[in-house]
Design a protein around this ligand. Structure first.
Ligand code: SF4
Ligand code: SF4
Length: 352
């Protein structure tokens, strides 16, 4: 059962629009490179935000503004959405975390964001994705993002009192700049430097389950090699990892109990499901993995355009079906295990 009164966490994707073209981003891979955009880029509307925050969430203590397809602050009314949250919730106890490439809008915009963030819990911060210390290196992954602009915006944000982190995705081509980047982060006043390569583990599991070769552009950095090795070891310990692994939902931990809202106003358990199952063509491999659930409910059951947020969270999907699936098999006839839940949250550390 999903206990609505326990909700302390939300992840919001304000928009599917972005200035960048990162090659591994779902948006670039699935749409931009195929000359189609996700329905012309969609934004969470004022109505969606009013629906969500028409409720006073008494236990809400963390909001992540992040996304699968877009860079949320790129939303044309990002500031208004933040203002609505400030107006309707007790934001002094909400930690607000925003992820961005930071390479758009003006320094004044980022200064206003910093001021608004001061209405939230004092540990609130923005994480800037910076994967190189010169434009050439940075743009190998952050295609179209001007690094000088990122630094200008980040500095404007910090000078107005905002707390900023520097997030570095490790690749074989930027490993040699890692130490210099850490030093720059310190010198410029970033509060923390985060090395990230979370895509690796789930890719290895996914490829093992689907028996596909392990090819991924993110598996080449030094730290990734270790993740690949450890994950392979874990998988081979299990007879049938897909069905024997234990799934611990990252959005139902006591410290992280909540849901995700996608740019089109649909509500999901987490950010890992909509990115894979939205916009999939019937018949495609990914569509088939989720088809049982697509067919089981009406098409707009989780849309904030059609239902209020509490009714959506009371739906069978949130209340029973998804939770049942974690203890079922991938071939169960009712509420089968979802491959994405296995790859993202399955582990063989504790066996059944
Ligand atoms: S900055 Fe984020 S949303 Fe934009 S293309 Fe890169 S990964 Fe995708
Ligand atoms: S992938 Fe599945 S198990 Fe993991 S957080 Fe999402 S819904 Fe929960």
């Amino acid at each position: 059962m999903f206990d609505i009164n326990k909700i302390n966490y939300m992840m919001l994707e304000f928009t599917s629009a972005c200035n960048a073209r990162c090659p591994a981003c779902a948006r670039t891979k699935n749409f931009v490179n195929k000359n189609i955009t996700p329905k012309g880029s969609l934004h969470l509307t004022k109505q969606h935000i009013n629906n969500l925050f028409g409720v006073k969430w008494n236990n809400l203590n963390k909001i992540n503004i992040d996304g699968n397809y877009g860079d949320s602050m790129y939303h044309p009314h990002a500031l208004e959405h933040l203002e609505t949250i400030v107006r309707t919730q007790d934001t002094s106890k909400i930690k607000l975390y925003i992820d961005t490439n930071g390479g758009y809008k003006t320094p004044e915009f980022w200064q206003t964001v910093a001021k608004l963030m001061q209405q939230f819990h004092p540990t609130s911060c923005i994480t800037f994705g910076i994967d190189g210390i010169d434009n050439e290196t940075h743009q190998r992954y952050r295609v179209r993002v001007n690094l000088d602009k990122v630094f200008e915006n980040a500095q404007a944000f910090m000078s107005a009192g905002g707390i900023a982190e520097w997030k570095w995705i490790g690749f074989d081509w930027n490993d040699h700049q890692l130490d210099s980047a850490k030093q720059m982060a310190k010198d410029m006043g970033f509060d923390a430097f985060i090395y990230k390569n979370t895509r690796v583990r789930h890719k290895v599991i996914e490829q093992a389950i689907n028996k596909t070769p392990q090819l991924d552009e993110n598996t080449n950095s030094n730290i990734s090699h270790k993740i690949v090795k450890d994950t392979n070891k874990e998988i081979t310990t299990a007879k049938d990892f897909a069905n024997d692994s234990v799934i611990k939902c990252k959005f139902r931990r006591d410290s992280n109990y909540g849901f995700q809202v996608e740019h089109n106003g649909t509500v999901h358990q987490c950010c890992h499901l909509p990115g894979y199952y939205n916009y999939q063509m019937p018949g495609s491999k990914l569509y088939k993995e989720y088809e049982y659930y697509t067919n089981k409910y009406t098409s707009n059951w989780n849309s904030l355009d059609e239902h209020n947020i509490t009714d959506i969270l009371k739906h069978d999907y949130f209340q029973h079906d998804l939770q049942d699936s974690w203890n079922n098999r991938t071939d169960s006839l009712i509420n089968p295990r979802i491959i994405r839940c296995i790859t993202k949250c399955g582990s063989y550390e504790t066996t059944k």
